[in-house]
Design a protein around this ligand. Structure first.
Ligand code: ZN
Ligand code: ZN
Ligand code: ZN
Length: 344
């Protein structure tokens, strides 16, 4: 993620801010210019035609839209189909937490120039349903035909940590969930009716194997012992579609952390990178880097540095992953798909 500046006083603004903590101006995020803007309605010195997304009134969204009378929601909020009612206070607060992660997801998908249309307008598009488990039986967070269901209970951090331990996962976050589920949606975009499917199957396996059977098998028997030689996570072993979604989410993690490293201006001394035979000097902008090896090596330098920082604070590693060669190949494949898409 970029580091943003206040257009009035140039103080640092975080992505979720809707007011500058230094000069007090109300401001919002404009996805088109990828920057923060002070809407004219809050400070008439700024000559523009922006207004806040309708979810701003609940403190749920700080994105701006053109006040052209055609829209009430921003690019991120217009993807919502079902959200809890404001009167349902507990679930409403949970939804608010989930929107923080979803807005970060949408930010990155826009950066990757991926199609992002609301299913309400286009049936091929995307819809988010934020549901509480009480609505019907056996509901899970997941994707089906462009509809991404997110259980509101995911926002409960104690519940999430319990599941993380039950499933023996080193990493479980809301942002990770969103990235994973969107991976399923974009699988269709990249591979339905495409020649690329042969390359996909070479790396990830044949997705035509029975999905439900594969998932049930995974939940009964777990991952094979040597899963870490070929997969980014245990769950990725369950079915080629899950491997794709897990690897896709991992690719987005790498790209976002590197964009942040680049925005802060992080550079590495040769001491830090020598051990791994990596000779990276600074974090370049990953969205402008064609060569995935460079991105990957920078990511190793950055994440091992940040893991060390976390350990200094007695915290678990921010990046609890080891990437074996086959996963590197899968990540490169995803990167090349983006490049082909971006430059075609
Ligand atoms: Zn300011
Ligand atoms: Zn919005
Ligand atoms: Zn999945």
């Amino acid at each position: 993620m970029k580091i943003f500046k206040c257009p009035n006083c140039a103080s640092t603004i975080f992505f979720e801010n809707s007011r500058c903590v230094n000069c007090g101006n109300v401001l919002g995020y404009d996805a088109v210019s990828d920057g923060f803007i002070i809407p004219n309605s809050y400070n008439s010195y700024y000559n523009n035609n922006f207004k806040f997304c309708d979810n701003h009134k609940y403190g749920i969204c700080n994105w701006l839209i053109e006040d052209d009378g055609n829209h009430i929601f921003c690019k991120a909020c217009e993807l919502n189909r079902k959200v809890p009612a404001e009167s349902d206070t507990e679930n409403f607060q949970k939804w608010k937490k989930l929107e923080v992660a979803k807005h970060r997801l949408v930010y990155q998908l826009l950066k990757l120039n991926l199609p992002l249309e609301s299913k309400i307008k286009n049936n091929q598009g995307i819809a988010f349903d934020f549901l509480s488990e009480n609505n019907s039986d056996n509901m899970v967070t997941g994707h089906a035909g462009g509809v991404i269901t997110i259980l509101l209970s995911e926002a409960d951090s104690v519940h999430r940590e319990q599941i993380r331990m039950q499933m023996d996962e080193p990493y479980r976050t809301l942002l990770g969930h969103f990235r994973h589920e969107m991976g399923h949606y974009y699988w269709g975009f990249f591979f339905d009716y495409s020649d690329n499917i042969f390359n996909f199957r070479n790396l990830f396996g044949d997705e035509r194997q029975d999905y439900n059977q594969a998932i049930n098998h995974y939940y009964c028997y777990g991952a094979p012992l040597n899963w870490n030689l070929n997969f980014i996570s245990k769950y990725a072993t369950s079915h080629p579609w899950e491997d794709w979604a897990e690897t896709w989410a991992h690719y987005l993690h790498i790209m976002d952390t590197l964009e942040t490293g680049n925005a802060i201006g992080i550079s590495f001394s040769s001491n830090q990178t020598q051990n791994q035979e990596i000779h990276i000097t600074r974090c370049s902008n990953p969205y402008q880097t064609r060569d995935f090896k460079t991105i990957f090596e920078t990511s190793i330098a950055l994440t091992s540095a940040v893991n060390s920082l976390n350990r200094s604070m007695g915290l678990p590693d921010i990046y609890p992953f080891v990437v074996p060669e086959p996963v590197f190949q899968k990540l490169s494949f995803i990167h090349n798909l983006f490049n082909q898409h971006l430059y075609s």
